[in-house]
Design a protein around this ligand. Structure first.
Ligand SMILES: NCc1[nH]cc(CCC(=O)O)c1CC(=O)O
Length: 305
């Protein structure tokens, strides 16, 4: 094959992820030639509107998926977390990278941990999943929207008089080399991570068998099973990335254990279930069926209006 064109967003995190794919491919196939093709997505062009207001279908992925469909790029690198659960006709995930730390992390202003924040402190995060779970721990906390790429969010924290801290994904922070900035890791039984968090997904046109074959060595089977189980949970609940839904799957020798969570907006209700099995889609769907029995649909209805 001639040059492999790797589609990516333009943020530092996206470029890091695309470079990781490029470096992995070049080390496996020394003669291979790869170029990054950076693209702006809608999510990059409209950085200031809070996400829950614009809907989330493909907000960070649509332009890349268009370029896959026209053949302008051979593959697109995404954070699995940003990829809608339903992919456009003709596209599919060819490889799941080995998962990095799936947890969320807290960055306190001047290094102050969550537990030491004064009553009523303001936390910057646009994620309802993070807001609801933190509120459940500490009903006094307040939240403000915080969007933009990771650098922007960090700068907003430094320059804000109101914000006491922000919450980000550990995976993104660590990829940017921010380990020394992290105040604390949030345990997964306190803040369950987003579906797919920490996993890099490589998407291609489904009919491009040659490129899909080339990507096979980058696929990490346990991360694939975990990602598929978590996405099946989310899909079964009809959720996008802007609902207070979380899931984290652990995989041991092909056995999948998925924990799923749905939260109420008032911070008073958290539903959690665990399902086990060998088939990722079935296990995720089982967890979703269980949590619906506990009344998840009522909580989600409150949010969708
Ligand atoms: N929503 C943006 C986004 N998409 C993926 C990551 C982190 C990287 C990953 O989960 O693999 C982030 C940043 C964040 O939520 O802090």
């Amino acid at each position: 094959m001639k040059t492999i064109r790797i589609g990516t967003r333009e943020s530092k995190l996206a470029i890091w992820q695309a470079e990781w794919v490029k470096d992995s491919l070049t080390s496996i196939y020394p003669g291979i030639d790869c170029v990054l093709v950076p693209k702006k997505t809608k999510g990059d062009k409209i950085p200031d509107i809070p996400l829950p207001k614009i809907g989330d279908k493909g907000f960070f992925t649509e332009e890349l998926e268009q370029a896959l469909l026209t053949g302008e790029i051979d593959l697109a690198v995404h954070s699995l977390k940003d990829l809608p659960v339903e992919l456009p006709q003709g596209l599919s995930i060819a490889a799941y990278g080995e998962r990095h730390d799936p947890r969320d992390v807290f960055f306190g202003k001047e290094g102050l941990p969550l537990a030491e924040l004064p009553a009523g402190s303001m936390i910057g995060t646009s994620s309802l999943r993070r807001q609801c779970q933190l509120k459940y721990q500490r009903a006094d906390l307040n939240f403000c929207d915080l969007r933009g790429n990771l650098d922007t969010r960090w700068d907003k924290l430094q320059n804000s008089r109101d914000m006491a801290g922000i919450v980000l994904a550990a995976a993104g922070a660590l990829r940017l080399g921010w380990q020394d900035r992290i105040t604390e890791f949030l345990a997964e039984d306190v803040v369950l991570p987003a579906v797919g968090q920490g996993i890099i997904a490589i998407e291609t046109a489904s009919h491009r068998t040659e490129i899909r074959q080339i990507l096979q060595p980058l696929n990490h089977r346990p991360s694939e099973l975990a990602g598929r189980a978590e996405r099946s949970f989310l899909r079964s609940l009809g959720g996008g990335c802007q609902t207070p839904i979380a899931a984290l799957a652990k995989v041991q020798e092909d056995r999948i254990q998925v924990t799923g969570m749905v939260a109420g907006m008032d911070g008073k209700n958290i539903l959690k279930v665990t399902a086990e099995g060998f088939d990722p889609e079935q296990t995720g769907a089982d967890a979703a069926a269980q949590i619906k029995c506990l009344g998840a649909n009522n909580l989600l209805k409150e949010i969708q209006g």
